[in-house]
Design a protein around this ligand. Structure first.
Ligand code: TYD
Length: 207
C-alpha cells in the first residue's frame, strides 16, 4: 500500500506521517523533493531562497527528484510488499505548480505519469488549515532551521490560498482516494482524525 501526505506549509503532515509509521511498525518513509542522495541535492536547489527558478524549470526538477525516488525507493519497497508513506507526491505538483503557479493541469498530469510510470497513491491524506496559520508556523520553524529551505514559504498568502484550494478541489474530485483532515488541534487530536479517516478507507490499517 502506498499512502501520501499533503497539505500547505506548516500543516503538520510530517509529524502525522511519522506517528503513523510508528503505529504501523514496518512501513518505510520517504519524502519529496528528496528521498535519495541525488534527489536530496535537487531538493537543495528547489528550496534554497537564493535559487532563481523559472516555473517550468522548477517543475522539471520536482519531476526529476520524483523519478529518482520512485525508481530507487518507492517501487522496490512496494514490490517487497511494504507499506510506503511519502511526504508529498504527485498531488503537490498539481497543487503548487498547477493551482499555485498556474501551469496547465493536463500537462502536469502527463508529466507526473511519465515521472512515476503511472504510479498512483492508494490513499492520500490532505491536512487542511487556513493558509495564514500554516505559513506562520512554517516561517517561525524556518527562522530557527540550519538549512535554507524557505523559497516556498516566502510566497505571498494568495499563492498559499490557491494551493490550499487546489488540494481541496483535487480531494473533492477523487473522494475514494483522498481523506481531508482538519489540521487544527493537538497532534493527538489530528492523529485520531487521520486514523479514523484512513481506517474507514483501509480497515487493515487499524490492526
Ligand atoms: P516539504 O519538504 O514538504 O516542506 P514543508 O515540510 O515545509 O511542507 O516540501 C517542500 C516544498 O516543495 C513545499 O513548499 C512544497 C513544494 N513542492 C512543490 O511545489 N511541488 C512538488 O511537486 C513538491 C513535491 C513539493
Amino acid at each position: 500500500m502506498f499512502i501520501t501526505f499533503e497539505g500547505i506549509e506548516g500543516s503538520g503532515k510530517t509529524t502525522q506521517m511519522q506517528k503513523l509509521a510508528q503505529r504501523l511498525g514496518n512501513a518505510i518513509m520517504t519524502k519529496e523533493p528528496g528521498g535519495t542522495p541525488s534527489a536530496d541535492r535537487i531538493r537543495a536547489i528547489l528550496l534554497d531562497t537564493t535559487s532563481e527558478l523559472d516555473p517550468v524549470a522548477e517543475l522539471f526538477l520536482f519531476a526529476a527528484s520524483r523519478r529518482q525516488n520512485v525508481v530507487e525507493v518507492i517501487r522496490p519497497a512496494l514490490e517487497r510488499g511494504q507499506v510506503v508513506l511519502c511526504d508529498r507526491f504527485t498531488d503537490a505538483t498539481l497543487a503548487y505548480q498547477g493551482f499555485g503557479r498556474r501551469l496547465n493541469l493536463d500537462q502536469l498530469r502527463m508529466l507526473n505519469d511519465w515521472a512515476t510510470g503511472s504510479l498512483r497513491p492508494d490513499l492520500t491524506v490532505v491536512f487542511d488549515l487556513p493558509e495564514e496559520v500554516g505559513v506562520k508556523r512554517a516561517r517561525s520553524r524556518n527562522a530557527t532551521a540550519t538549512t535554507d529551505e524557505g523559497r516556498f514559504e516566502a510566497e505571498d498568502l494568495k499563492f498559499h490560498r490557491r494551493v490550499r484550494e487546489g488540494y481541496l478541489a483535487l480531494a473533492e474530485a477523487e473522494p475514494a482516494r483522498f481523506a481531508v483532515v482538519d489540521a487544527n488541534g493537538t497532534v493527538e487530536e489530528v492523529f485520531e482524525r487521520m486514523m479514523s479517516a484512513l481506517t474507514a478507507r483501509a480497515p487493515q490499517l487499524a490492526a
